[in-house]
Ligand binder design. Structure first.
Ligand code: ASP
Length: 441
């Protein structure tokens, strides 16, 4: 069975929902995972923040605006009166849930309850739409099988057991529709897989049912070789290995949630990225196979904080890095890049929630410098560390200030830390040095 996930834009309008219907209605049994309609999760986050700020009147206005939007969607999407009435009743339920939340004290569970409504709405409406077209679709609630454990990792055993049981109990359905992003936590309360997490839902499901393939449908035709928002004439990359895709997703290529490939890589279940607006385009196929060598893509990740830790005690001493890492471990902050010299170590983080505590503890045995608003630009490709074309990348040293370079950490990634203000120029110049000279040769 295939698992297909459609992002917010793909279900963001009636025209796009019709495209999705045409893509999935091919007579093959499948699971379809949906995001919230585009703009909805952001609107829900805003409602949550407004409630947190105790602006209840404003929160109610935002909830009313959401209601109006969804009433319009029903009107355009559902002509069948019974299906439309059921949808209206469902939206009323969601709106009432939000209004009840507006009266309660704000906490994490309240936030999670509010943001979960987007996927609940999109999947309900889309299932009604499929039923209207005479398609044998069944809505299955992610909250009946998707659960994370105490460490916020997918509880794979629970998910596999429950999802397979649910599907086996509904053998007659052709298409199972379910929500991306939302799940239960270890205590059974509503939670989620973090923003953009619907991709992750799709591969967790893919692993649970041992799918033939997981397809992620968005509004772009796969991973591009550079950021199309800043660089002209980028192109989609046809084949990537799981390692290459994981690096690109983590280091900024917004098309895929960074954890997406993890559940399926060991099971060797391919992940295919496709464009809902251009279904005939090949997209990007991510598998265990390695295709070609050298730099395939460049991506950039903003909001990086660099920390330089300097200590005379590091000289010829062992155990210094252990001490440093233990502090990051204590504050559950992951480190992305790291370079060291004999008396200093520089590293980067992207989660600054506990930065002040980390700095305070580091300062007990070293001097610390913090640089915010940096960007990591990374080049990704199989074996780039050894490839004869890779030195072209370093022509960039003559153009911009590079604060750190991570080379050789893996064979697939070379990362450069720059000032965010230099990002666009860096991406364009690297494009010229790496890809355009290739064309000219
Ligand atoms: N709707 C959620 C978000 O906007 C999850 C997703 O679309 O993947 O972050």
């Amino acid at each position: 069975m295939l698992v297909l996930k459609f992002g917010g834009t793909s279900v963001g309008s009636v025209t796009n929902m019709t495209n999705v219907k045409n893509i999935i209605n091919d007579g093959n049994k499948k699971i379809v995972v949906l995001s919230a309609m585009s703009g909805t999760t952001n609107a829900l986050v805003e409602i949550s923040e407004t409630i947190k700020a105790k602006n209840i009147t404003e929160a109610k206005q935002l909830i009313a605006a959401l209601n109006d939007k969804y009433q319009d969607v029903i009107e355009e999407l559902l002509q069948d009166q019974t299906l439309a009435n059921e949808a209206t009743a469902y939206i009323l339920e969601v709106i009432n849930t939000l209004l009840t939340c507006a009266e309660k004290p704000h906490n994490e569970l309240l936030y999670n309850t509010i943001v979960s409504q987007g996927e609940l709405l999109s999947t309900f409406l889309f299932t009604q739409f499929l039923k209207q077209q005479g398609i044998n679709a069944q809505l299955i609630s992610a909250l009946d099988f998707m659960r994370v454990d105490k460490a916020h990792e997918p509880d794979n055993f629970y998910i596999k057991q429950n999802l397979n049981r649910i599907i086996n109990n509904l053998p007659e359905a052709d298409i199972y529709i379910t929500q991306g992003f939302i799940c239960l936590d270890a205590e059974g309360a509503v939670a989620n897989l973090q923003r953009g997490g619907s991709d992750y839902t799709a591969t967790i499901i893919g692993a649970a049912i041992n799918a033939e393939e997981v397809q992620i449908w968005t509004d772009i035709d796969g991973f591009h070789n550079n950021d199309p928002r800043f660089v002209q004439d980028t192109h989609a990359i046809s084949n990537l290995s799981f390692d290459e895709a994981a690096e690109l997703a983590y280091f900024g290529a917004k098309i895929l949630h960074p954890q997406t490939v993890m559940p399926v890589r060991d099971l060797d279940i391919p992940v295919r990225l496709k464009n809902t607006m251009a279904p005939a385009a090949y997209g990007t196929l991510i598998t265990n196979k390695i295709h070609g060598e050298g730099i395939k893509a460049i991506a950039a990740k903003d909001n990086i904080t660099a920390i330089k830790i300097k200590s005379g005690r590091m000289l010829l001493a062992h155990g210094f890095l252990k001490k440093v890492f233990e502090i990051f471990e204590k504050y559950e902050t992951s480190i992305d890049m790291i370079t060291t010299s004999e008396i200093a170590v520089s590293l980067t983080i992207d989660d600054t929630t506990n930065l002040s505590h980390i700095v305070e503890e580091l300062e007990k045995f070293s001097s610390v410098e913090v640089d915010e608003y940096r960007t990591i630009v990374c080049a990704v490709g199989n074996n780039i560390v050894y490839h004869p074309d890779t030195p072209k990348l370093f022509q960039i040293l003559q153009d911009v200030n590079i604060r750190m370079i991570a080379y050789g950490g893996s064979n697939n990634n070379i990362s450069l830390l720059i000032n965010t203000s230099d990002k666009v120029e860096t991406l364009r110049k690297l494009n010229r040095y790496i890809f355009e000279t290739e064309l000219a040769e």
